[in-house]
Write a protein that binds this ligand. Structure first.
Ligand code: XLS
Ligand code: CA
Ligand code: CA
Length: 437
């Protein structure tokens, strides 16, 4: 059965095309800096936003009725699997990502939930085999069910912690069965509202214990996915423990977990943390922790996690610039953790939104490659730090300088001269590059 009957395979038609159902920039086979666009970008469909979301918001009910909504329970879950592979094929997207509860309905008991998962996982596996599509990552949702009201790995209730462990164990088994490239931990309810009732240190110790158990079990079953933690500063809890890249890295370091994890960074989460996406990516990269990207954008006029499709070319360019600088995204990818707006309720909007995101990232990649190959920013940055290449600067970098030698230099170096950072000029150069590719 086809869920997107009126839509044909989306082709690359190039910049001159006015066909809304075609790529203008994303040409999967175009080689850029020695790799195809497809290899650089490793796009993924987020199952939850594309096949589960229905436009519900706190003020109104669903606006999106999809072909699979004619079914219920496991039948609907099976229909979504079919829709997912048709969608990926038509858009030529190689990867997808899901939470356990996105793919199969929760049962009354853990046994029943796991049985439902087994049915759908077998179906996913068949479809992956016949289509060649891959799982970028899976995760388990330990935040929606009311049992996680006080958290999962950071709950005050040991019974809930045990349930979370069982759910995580199954998640790792599912990931192994489907050959997931990565396994994501996003701590939805891992945070707190008030210290008046919270033992923060104990909760963090417990979270680390859960991660150590996950590493042990993945080793035991031979699941070799890259483990990723996804930082987010707030929403749903007031103080999320994995606030941003830097906070998460320090947590991993403290608990001896750093060598077992990398980070899954999301653009909208960076905004909520008061950072740019490129800041988060650079923070991860300089610590050897860049894992994967959740591509979306927030709205600065709103201030919550709006998960919009990424269309801001300055951001996609600087994102891909950071990725190229880091030597590529490795086993990670660019996962569209993004949802169509409530008013964009037609099935065709799912395609148009993904095309907008893919073209914006392809455009950003082309501009980033130009910035990199022509060393446009590198030359500016190199020049800015040139005082560390010789004289006293070189002595500082080589480790020869002491406070006494710095004093001796400073005493005779008067007055000190600084130079302009020229950011306004550089921003215009960036615009010129983006609109030249
Ligand atoms: C929510 C997160 C979530 C993770 C996976 O804000 O982005 O969707 O990516 O649990
Ligand atoms: Ca995300
Ligand atoms: Ca988000």
């Amino acid at each position: 059965m086809s869920y997107f009957k009126n839509i044909n395979t989306i082709q690359f038609e190039g910049k001159g095309s006015d066909n809304p159902l075609a790529f203008k920039h994303y040409d999967p086979n175009q080689v850029i800096m020695g790799k195809t666009m497809e290899e650089h970008l490793r796009f993924a469909v987020a199952y939850w936003h594309t096949f589960n979301a229905n436009g519900t918001d706190p003020f109104g009910s669903a606006t999106m009725v999809r072909g699979w909504d004619q079914y219920n329970g496991l039948d609907r879950a099976k229909a979504r699997v079919e829709a997912n592979f048709e969608f990926m094929n038509k858009l030529n997207i190689p990867f997808y990502a899901f939470h356990d509860v996105d793919i199969a309905p929760e049962g009354e008991t853990l046994q029943e939930t796991n049985k439902n998962l087994d049915v759908i996982v077998a179906l996913l596996k068949d479809n992956m085999k016949s289509s060649g599509k891959k799982l970028l990552w899976n995760t388990v949702n330990m935040f929606s069910n009311p049992r996680f009201v006080h958290g999962a790995g950071t709950t005050c209730n040991a019974d809930v912690y045990a349930y979370a462990g069982a759910q995580l164990k199954k998640g790792l088994e599912v990931g192994k069965e489907l050959g997931a490239e990565n396994y994501v931990f996003w701590g939805g309810r891992e945070g707190y509202e008030t210290l008046l009732n919270t033992d923060m240190g104990f909760e963090l110790d417990n979270l680390a214990r859960l991660y150590h158990m996950a590493i042990a079990y993945a080793n035991e079953i031979g699941f070799d996915a890259q483990f990723l933690i996804e930082p987010k500063p707030k929403e749903p809890t007031k103080h999320q423990y994995d606030y941003d890249a830097a906070t998460t890295i320090s947590f991993l370091q403290k608990y001896g977990l750093k060598d077992h994890f990398k980070l899954n960074l999301e653009a909208n989460h960076a905004t909520l943390a008061g950072h740019t996406f490129e800041h988060e990516i650079r923070t991860a990269a300089i610590n050897g922790m860049l894992g994967s990207l959740d591509a979306n954008q927030g709205d600065l006029l709103l201030g919550w996690d709006t998960d919009e499709f990424p269309t801001d070319l300055y951001s996609t360019t600087l994102t891909m610039f950071e990725v190229l600088k880091a030597g590529g995204i490795g086993r990670g990818g660019v996962n569209f953790d993004a949802k169509v707006r409530r008013g964009s309720f037609e099935a065709e909007d799912l395609f148009l939104a993904h095309i907008a995101g893919m073209d914006s990232f392809a455009w950003g990649l082309k501009a980033a490659a130009k910035l990199t190959e022509e060393k446009i920013l590198d030359n500016i940055v190199d020049n800015r730090y040139r005082s560390f290449k010789e004289g006293i600067g070189a002595e500082i970098v080589s480790g020869k300088a002491t406070l006494a030698s710095l004093e001796q230099y400073a005493l005779q170096n008067n007055p000190i001269k600084n130079e302009s950072g020229r950011q306004e000029r550089i921003r215009l150069i960036l615009s010129e590059v983006i609109f030249s590719v």
